[in-house]
Design a protein. Structure first.
Length: 361
């Protein structure tokens, strides 16, 4: 099963809206003293063969009488571009299937196991289930909540500051942490900032990883203050960048909105811009994962509005020593300690000279 996980991770950032899946086919039993892997595979990207199909093709006739290990329940529905994996498993002669978890997709969710058991195949489920849930946390949320999985990322000093009082923020953390952020961007469907970050830092919001996809770039800009000469604007339509989407309260018929639209920017306008409305709209656009890289105001809003699923904070061993430096989380504070936003499943690791703290809400 751990080998299946390892294979599945090869599809990270490439399989959306599908899950990451790995499959391993093993021969046990008579004449076999040590279990032997006869076929394995992983799902490369949406529209391509599923992990089980690739593993079965590699195993060929050796699949007969073998056991299939997979981190997710084999699919059994036809409302997709590929045929059901359960059909291929039944035709292969596989006698046992070990799966880490049910597929949360309502069109599957246990039905695949029912079909396999009805055909006389032994099915075991739940092996390393917690790890399997974490592996496909994005897919699980999309299937159960119909909303993107949200990661809040920030780089800060030990005293919780993301910029000096003059706005200088490049670079608080070291190169190793910055490279991790580029890798993180390549794994998500969209990255979001507020207009304050655009005006202060003039970011591009792309990844520097060769061959990696760039996420949709999203800006919360209530008054359409985005400069036409900003790097976000001047890169719209460029081959090295991705589309730009702006959430605003300004009417799409306004002069600035018209100029932006003609430049190729997608404008979403409403009377107010709560985060839940942003997530709903992004979900409708097919976005499964969102990385928030905003300033203190956006970070505070996201946490107070309860939309964050996971936090990744890089902490540099530095102090800026004052309240006039920019805080990582800003806005109206929570009154009671009992109501504080808390994390669980926390991991802490060293990244270069910095620390990385990850946790789930």
């Amino acid at each position: 099963m751990r080998r299946a996980f390892s294979l599945a991770r090869k599809g990270v950032g490439k399989t959306a809206p599908n899950p990451m899946v790995g499959a391993v086919i093993v021969r046990h039993g008579k004449g076999v003293t040590t279990p032997v892997i006869v076929g394995e595979g992983y799902h490369h990207r949406a529209g391509m063969p599923h992990a089980e199909i690739i593993a079965l093709l590699k195993a060929g006739k050796k699949a007969k009488g073998a056991t299939l290990y997979t981190n997710l329940e084999p699919c059994c529905h036809t409302e997709k571009r590929t045929s059901p994996c359960t059909d291929a498993i039944l035709a292969s002669g596989i006698v046992r299937v070990v799966s880490a978890m049910n597929d949360p997709n309502p069109m599957v969710n246990g039905k695949g196991f029912v079909l396999l058991r009805a055909a006389g195949i032994e099915v075991a489920t739940g092996l390393l289930q917690d790890q399997a849930l974490r592996l496909n946390e994005v897919f699980v949320k999309v299937m159960t909540k119909k909303l993107p999985f949200v990661i809040l990322k920030a780089a800060m000093t030990l005293d919780g500051r993301i910029a000096t009082k003059t706005g200088e923020s490049r670079w608080i953390t070291g190169d190793a942490a910055r490279q991790e952020v580029h890798k993180l961007r390549s794994k998500v469907d969209a990255v979001l900032v507020g207009i304050g970050t655009v005006l202060a830092d003039d970011p591009m919001l792309v990844t520097n990883r060769k061959g990696a996809k760039n996420p949709l770039r999203v800006v919360i800009d209530p008054d359409l203050k985005i400069p036409l000469y900003s790097r976000l604007m001047t890169s719209v339509g460029a081959t090295h960048a991705s589309p730009l989407l702006i959430f605003t309260t300004v009417s799409a018929s306004s002069k600035k909105a018209t100029m932006l639209t003609k430049a190729g920017v997608q404008i979403e306008s409403s009377s107010s811009i709560p985060f839940k409305a942003i997530l709903k709209r992004l979900g409708e656009l097919g976005i499964t994962s969102l990385l928030i890289e905003g300033g203190g105001n956006v970070n505070g809003r996201a946490l107070r509005e309860g939309v964050v699923d996971k936090v990744i904070f890089y902490i540099a061993p530095k102090f800026l020593c004052g309240n006039d430096a920019k805080a990582v989380v800003d806005g109206k504070a929570i009154s009671l300690l009992a109501d504080a936003v808390s994390l669980c499943d926390i991991t802490i690791r060293k990244v270069g000279d910095d620390l990385c703290v990850e946790g789930y809400l």
